[in-house]
Ligand binder design. Structure first.
Ligand SMILES: [Zn+2]
Length: 354
């Protein structure tokens, strides 16, 4: 008899044929197929999560196309994908199918908003439909807070992860058992106070460590080994050699999300409405919070031309010669050089943060 391709995993304590079968039947949503999403999805695909024959699937959600500067760390993409400017979900789906043809990959090229999130994630209160697990591969807190609302409302394990420069953070929130993201961080941080990957860089090995810890938790949950979860937040910086783990608190009754069950981000007006065409070749993006323009100017300086005048900041990214940002202290920005609201939001998240 030919050994199962998953033999080296099946022999692990607590997995066995039964755990492997549960993994095969899992329906996992990976939100964002950038550096983290590529690494996580590749591991889940090789592990045999979401097999078509078992009724499982891996749904990939991303709004961006492959660019040359992605290749340093986004492990599913090639130069040909970047030259063709393929949507990330399409390039990823082709690569993953070549790795494991048994997996049901569902590419979703879309911009996740509060208006479409439940449909895209396959959550339906009437039928009780929901994914087995949400993998965070996003690069911004606005989307993470939206995902946290959905995870708590529908009782879905949420595997949070983030990487900037050499630093990584990873935690798995289990609704009902652990506190949620909002127990730790009541409101999204001011974007101008945060480094983004496009301005602070990303160390690819940090991505692999975070994704590894994230997928280890996912495999524990999906194979019935939840008791092996650490229920802690892992933080490290490979560049400064720091590493800590702190316990995730119990659900906080005062938490607006898991305590009070007020889902501010899921119930907020869709960001579609917050990004709209203005003028011939410009889109206005309404930010989520006020910005410190002096701080932002400092952060953007290495990445292109920056000009400050009173209430606004002009930024011309060096690597996108046809794009210009006009940024206001209330968080608003006009992105010139596109007519696509999703593209404008993506550029906003990339340089300003979200
Ligand atoms: Zn909470």
């Amino acid at each position: 008899m030919t050994p199962s391709r998953y033999q080296r995993q099946i022999v692990l304590p607590g997995i066995g044929d039964q755990g492997q079968a549960r993994l095969a039947a899992a329906r996992v949503v990976i939100v964002g197929v950038g550096a983290l999403g590529c690494a996580s999805t590749e591991m889940l695909t090789r592990a045999g999560a979401g097999l078509a024959a078992a009724g499982g699937c891996l749904a990939l959600l991303d709004r961006d196309v492959v660019e040359l500067t992605n290749l340093q760390r986004q492990c599913l993409y090639t130069e040909a994908d970047a030259r063709a400017g393929l949507p990330k979900v399409e390039a990823a789906a082709a690569r993953l199918a070549a790795i494991n043809s048994e997996v049901a990959i569902r590419p979703l090229a879309a911009d996740l908003t509060s208006a479409n999130a439940l449909r895209l994630l396959g959550c339906d209160q009437a039928t009780g439909a929901k994914p087995s697990l949400i993998i965070d591969g996003t690069d911004n807190f606005a989307t993470r807070f939206l995902l946290n609302d959905i995870a708590v409302k529908f009782q879905i394990p949420f595997c949070y992860a983030g990487v900037v420069a050499g630093a990584g953070t990873q935690a798995t929130f289990i609704p009902g058992q652990t506190g949620c993201l909002r127990c730790l961080l009541p409101t999204p941080p001011d974007p101008s106070s945060l480094a983004t990957c496009d301005t602070a860089g990303v160390l690819a090995p940090a991505v692999q460590i975070v994704a590894g810890a994230q997928v280890a938790d996912a495999i524990k949950i999906l194979t019935g080994n939840e008791a092996r979860l650490s229920h802690s937040v892992l933080s490290f910086d490979l560049w400064t050699n720091r590493r800590t783990r702190i316990a995730i608190p119990r659900p906080d009754p005062a938490c607006p999300c898991c305590g009070q069950r007020v889902f501010d981000f899921l119930n907020a007006p869709a960001d579609d409405e917050l990004a709209r065409l203005c003028g011939q070749n410009s889109v206005q993006v309404a930010g989520h919070s006020a910005l410190d323009l002096a701080l932002l100017a400092q952060r953007l300086e290495p990445w292109g031309g920056v000009a400050r005048s009173g209430v606004m900041l002009r930024f011309d990214p060096a690597d996108l010669p046809t794009t210009r940002f006009t940024i206001f202290a209330d968080g608003r920005a006009i992105v010139r050089g596109t007519t696509d609201p999703a593209r404008a939001r993506s550029l906003y998240a990339r340089y300003i943060g979200a």
